[in-house]
Design a binder for this molecule. Structure first.
Ligand code: KG4
Ligand code: ZN
Length: 329
């Protein structure tokens, strides 16, 4: 089954063609970083307008790279939330229009579930469940007890900022361009992670929940105490912040895996692109099986949307109706 995936939840317009849930024939992503960089974050209205401009060229590019035409497509899969309402509507309406005009089924999938599925795509076969799913992105920081590809329960999440959001905000404090994650990672390589004793927050009574807003404020106060912001100071702040955020995530992941008696951890989301995170996990959790997204599948992409759509369609036994709505949260 050939599935065309569409992703427009935030600031990437993406289209992909995936065969039978695993074989990626194309994975085209148009990033809007240039558009939002001067504002230090995503401006929703600008994001929507750019989605409108590029959605058709991106679909054409994905079809051409996959060497297929619209006639070859069997199912259209689109992320219908969570995300920015205007941005979501562009992808959803493109999918509905294709579905209606081609007389092919379409299906809406959850963007966060798709991030978790992205780690399974390179496995090229169904996976052993249950396992612990961990999404670390700009909008979400969540643990899932996964019973199957489309079946899971949230067992922990952030009560304020997402971890990627904290990276972006700390980067802004350090005068680094958007998106901040890769910038902080690069500086942290040359910094001392022990210079500043930062810590992520604990949530009383909920040991598997996260809180990163206090950590970001601690960075702000540490910066206020400095007379000037030289390069080495930036590196040390970046390293100390990253160390605090990742120690917290790793400790809570090990605890969650223990509580659920899961041996396999499945990762998704833009922050999982971070090499230091992957290496630290490997050192701290040698007893666990760690499954990371492959190249091009950590950040927002449409291959994961097409892949998950395939499984959801087989489980549902039919597509969604044209009344399917976008959901923001
Ligand atoms: O999954 P994603 O593309 O979009 C959302 O669904 O949110 O994640 C984007 C987030 C941004 O906050 C970005 O700063 C962060 O992922 N990110 C990173 C790295 N690459 C991207 N954070 C830390 N280290 C990285 N190398
Ligand atoms: Zn995402």
């Amino acid at each position: 089954m050939l599935v065309l995936g569409l992703e427009s939840t935030c600031d990437e317009t993406a289209c992909a063609v995936v065969r039978d849930g695993y074989e990626i024939l194309s994975n085209t992503v148009t990033s809007q970083i240039d558009l939002h960089a001067e504002y230090g974050g995503v401006v929703p209205e600008l994001a929507c307008r750019r989605h409108i401009d590029v959605v058709i060229p991106v679909i054409k590019e994905a079809l051409s790279q996959a060497l297929v035409t619209l006639d070859d497509i069997d199912l259209i899969s689109v992320a219908n939330g969570p995300g920015l309402i205007g941005a979501l509507l562009i992808g959803i309406n493109a999918a509905k229009t294709l579905s209606l005009s081609l007389q092919k089924p379409f299906i809406g999938v959850n963007h966060i579930e798709a991030h978790l599925y992205s780690a399974l795509m390179l496995q090229n076969k169904p996976h052993d469940f249950p396992c612990l799913g961990i999404v670390l992105s700009g909008g979400h920081t969540s643990f899932f007890h996964m019973q199957n590809i489309c079946q899971h329960t949230v067992i922990g999440q952030t009560i304020d900022d997402a971890v990627g959001e904290a990276f972006d905000k700390v980067a802004k404090l350090l005068d680094l361009p958007y998106p901040g994650g890769p910038q902080i990672e690069a500086l942290a390589r040359e910094g001392n992670p022990k210079r500043f004793p930062f810590r992520a927050g604990k949530v009383q009574g909920s040991p598997l929940n996260f809180s990163f807003s206090g950590l970001k404020t601690a960075v702000l106060y540490a910066l206020k105490k400095q007379e000037s912001l030289d390069y080495q100071l930036k590196c040390d702040i970046a390293a100390s912040f990253q160390h605090a955020a990742f120690s917290d995530i790793i400790n809570k992941s090990i605890l969650a895996a223990q509580q659920l008696n899961c041996k396999t951890l499945l990762f998704g989301g833009g922050v999982t692109n971070n090499r230091c995170l992957r290496e630290s996990f490997k050192i701290s959790a040698p007893h666990l099986n760690l499954i990371w997204p492959g190249e091009g599948l950590s950040l927002d992409n449409a291959a994961m949307i097409a892949g998950l759509g395939y499984h959801q369609y087989l489980q549902q036994g039919c597509g969604d109706s044209l009344t399917l709505q976008a959901f923001t949260r």
